[in-house]
Design a binder for this molecule. Structure first.
Ligand SMILES: [Zn+2]
Ligand SMILES: [Zn+2]
Length: 552
């Protein structure tokens, strides 16, 4: 592990080689600050895992050095890990107003609101955190109040973009701080740490306003009710939906917990303009003409428990899809969700709705020309492409090389890589512990490879539990063996097989006891082996076998 001498280190603890759980450590001597603390949704093989957060072992080991967590914006891949991380690492959180408002909702759910200190960063305010001095610059993204950070360090200025695009016609009229970025460029930027999500896409990402036009058009023409689903955090898009509804005389009912929460917070903090008469309770829609109703819903990713998915399979308590409804999915499938979304779309069509599921979305991340603009404005000496899979980081690096950044000055990092800056030179300086912590229910990090391996086995061929009671004195069988099976065979049609299996366990135990073998571990191994071999011969399946031996 590298020593904490006087040099600047940039260490990605999440968000490189992956999409999600963004977290970057900045470290100089006795001071550390962290940018973002996100979560990621589990991969397919992480059976039963709810969410995934960065491994913060290294930060916990250096607790007394950590001066704060600076948060760029309110998306889950940037704030979702905070409640779990703040429980072990209670440090101040800095961010803009809406971002902190959304974090507050989370901390409330985790009963952390009273223990965590949160600071709103003002425009042009410099936050001193140890040797670091941090200010933000505004950028466009798919949620309002998104910023990047200019981090002044003893080795020079680092520009950390966070997620960004450059939208010339932003919905809220707030432009990205191009002047500030150009200003950093002329002061001299030591390193640029930049979002690589759309590095593979040529051109410019279209303005969010273009989605507004499409939505306006659809709302104007829909004959009956409209059910529109989008990302709950995309307040710009929600604004455009509400504006269109108001223009064409429709009332808006909101369904889905995250949609209700985000809209409430955004209205309270002044990020969403809604006429007081526009919002109605979902119970009122039954009494209204269909063409006067717009239902704004969660579930654009086909999430099994979301409002839209429940409507699609007629399982929503208040809204039932009917012929004449227009369902608009104003979203784009996040990789991995395609199957869920197509199933939901099919069900909606079957229920008689007209479903519009393409062309009502633009990305919140800048494409190649915007990534180039960021590099040209800031003119960094060193470049670290982050926030992306390896190929996106690589492509982003190539863009920088095209613009004249020295290939030797580009660092494509993996989790835990330390990039050191000292006296205007930079190099890889080893690794710190980093990786993945899985969260399942209330358990943080207790599900590891062994638990996952068992879950995988269980999911493949099921489980057999063999229960038997032996006499403490003589070792003879007092009761059982009883075999209980789950997920292995359909018990009612497999009585013969299970009877034979029971006899086999019994004869194995009787033989061993008569040979004076009585340690439980040997008995269990013998039961597992004999039974496993027999069941494989009979069924070509390998269920997990769990022998339970009791003494009486
Ligand atoms: Zn984002
Ligand atoms: Zn992000």
């Amino acid at each position: 592990m590298p020593k904490s001498k006087s040099r600047l280190a940039i260490v990605p603890l999440g968000g490189v080689g992956e999409i999600g759980k963004n977290m970057t450590l900045y470290w100089y001597g006795n001071d550390m600050i962290v940018v973002d603390a996100g979560l990621k949704f589990p991969e397919e093989e992480m059976l039963g895992v709810d969410i995934v957060i960065p491994d913060i072992t290294f930060l916990v080991e250096n607790k007394e050095k950590v001066r704060g967590i600076f948060v760029t914006h309110g998306h889950e891949d940037h704030i979702g890990g905070l409640p779990y991380i703040l429980k072990t690492l209670n440090v101040p959180v800095y961010g803009t107003r809406l971002t902190l408002g959304l974090i507050e909702n989370k901390l409330k759910e985790h009963n952390l609101l009273d223990t965590v200190k949160m600071h709103i960063i003002g425009d042009n305010q410099q936050i001193q955190a140890g040797v670091f001095s941090v200010e933000y610059f505004y950028v466009n993204h798919s949620i309002p109040d998104t910023v990047g950070f200019a981090i002044h360090t003893p080795e020079g200025l680092v520009v950390h973009t966070g997620d960004f695009k450059f939208d010339q016609t932003p919905v809220d009229g707030r432009q990205a701080d191009l002047q500030k970025l150009a200003g950093y460029g002329s002061q001299g930027v030591l390193a640029l740490v930049a979002d690589s999500t759309n590095a593979e896409r040529p051109g410019f990402t279209p303005s969010e306003k273009s989605v507004g036009k499409t939505i306006d058009h659809l709302v104007a023409q829909a004959p009956g009710r409209i059910i529109l689903s989008t990302f709950a955090s995309n307040i710009h898009r929600v604004q455009q939906v509400i504006t269109a509804a108001e223009r064409y005389g429709r009332k808006v009912a909101i369904v889905g917990r995250s949609m209700v929460n985000n809209i409430q917070t955004s209205i309270q903090l002044g990020y969403l303009n809604v006429l007081p008469s526009t919002l109605i309770d979902v119970d009122e829609i039954g009494r209204m003409d269909p063409d006067k109703v717009l239902i704004l819903s969660t579930g654009s990713q086909g999430e099994p428990m979301s409002a839209l998915t429940r409507m699609a399979r007629s399982a929503h308590r208040k809204v039932e899809i009917m012929p004449g409804d227009t369902v608009i999915l104003a979203s784009h499938p996040i990789p991995g969700n395609e199957k869920f979304i197509s199933r939901t779309i099919d069900q909606l069509f079957k229920a008689g709705a007209n479903v519009i599921y393409q062309g009502v979305h633009v990305s919140g991340h800048g494409s190649q020309e915007e990534l180039k603009l960021m590099i040209n404005l800031t003119r960094p000496k060193y470049f670290l492409p982050v926030h992306g899979e390896f190929r996106m980081q690589r492509t982003h690096a190539n863009l920088a090389i095209d613009l004249g950044v020295d290939p030797d000055n580009i660092f494509i990092t993996e989790l835990g890589d330390v990039v050191e800056f000292e006296g205007d030179r930079a190099r890889f300086g080893g690794k710190v512990p980093a990786g993945t912590v899985m969260i399942d229910g209330l358990g943080v990090g207790d599900v590891g490879n062994i638990v996952l391996r068992d879950r995988k086995l269980l999911s493949q061929d099921g489980i057999l539990v063999v229960v038997v009671t032996l006499s403490k004195t003589s070792g003879t069988i007092l009761s059982g063996p009883d075999i209980i099976s789950r997920g292995f065979v359909y018990v009612r049609e497999s009585e013969a097989l299970l009877d034979e299996a029971t006899k086999l366990v019994e004869s194995t135990l009787v033989r061993m006891v008569s040979d004076n073998i009585s340690e439980w571990s040997s008995l269990k191994t013998a039961v597992r082996d004999t039974l496993g071999r027999y069941l494989y011969e009979q069924t070509r399946r390998r269920p997990m076998i769990l022998p339970i031996i009791m003494e009486a």
